[in-house]
Design a protein around this ligand. Sequence first.
Ligand SMILES: NC(=O)c1ccc[n+]([C@@H]2O[C@H](COP(=O)([O-])OP(=O)(O)OC[C@H]3O[C@@H](n4cnc5c(N)ncnc54)[C@H](OP(=O)(O)O)[C@@H]3O)[C@@H](O)[C@H]2O)c1
Length: 235
Amino acid sequence: MTTTLITGANKGLGFETARRLIAAGHTVYVGSRDAERGLRAAERLGARPILLDVNDDDSVTAAAKTIAADGGLDVLVNNAGIETRTADNGVPGALETTADLLRPVFETNVLGMVRVTHAFLPLLLRSAAPVVVNVSSGLGSMAMVTDRDLPAYAYPGLGYPASKVAVNMITVQYAKAFPNMRINAVEPGYTATDLNGRTGTQTVEQGAEIIVRMAQVGPDGPTGGFFNAEGVLPW
Ligand SMILES: NC(=O)c1ccc[n+]([C@@H]2O[C@H](COP(=O)([O-])OP(=O)(O)OC[C@H]3O[C@@H](n4cnc5c(N)ncnc54)[C@H](OP(=O)(O)O)[C@@H]3O)[C@@H](O)[C@H]2O)c1
């Protein structure tokens, strides 16, 4: 039996990923920074709720302790993430972006991912088939953001894309450090969730596709790569 933890799974892509992995037979821990929201989501899904704020050391340590005591972890999906938005759901551009505006997005998307991964590494190292999926973005691809023919070119923000570039680098470095694990970054695509005020053009079912696929990759599957539902993406 495969045991999976998904951070930020009380809604959006994390929730849909949980639904699909449960259907595939995984035992899923639904990570949520809010106990009530997590409990409600876990009840709807038939999952195990786990209180987990990726920005809080104590919360992450306690979650790792609980899951270790329950029997361990095989798959970690680092999904929790935020994007900087203005009050009217716009993306602040270069002129409006201050260092302080960048801090929360790096705290959650980058430091949070490392905090969680670091805390769960001892459990993953004990698994027979450990897998990590880091939910990145096409906006974290230098190649895509600089390609005038792609929609990513027009994105004006600094913080969110820079945080996802860091996610991609972290993925590669972890993958090299732990060759017996399958550790990949994925791009769900522009999906209608609260993150973007539901302006995304894909459904969560479509967006979760690559997360679900990479969460189920076997020991002979890829590692250290960057994928969307159609295949390999350029860094
Ligand atoms: N939607 C897209 O178009 C798109 C495209 C590419 C990549 N992504 C990535 O996909 C991932 C999921 O995003 P989504 O679109 O599903 O957004 P979402 O619906 O806003 O969900 C984000 C989840 O992350 C949680 N979260 C935020 N800060 C957290 C923290 N400090 N600790 C724990 N959980 C936290 C949220 O919890 P609360 O409910 O408590 O806020 C929520 O459960 C993110 O990494 C995002 O960057 C999204």
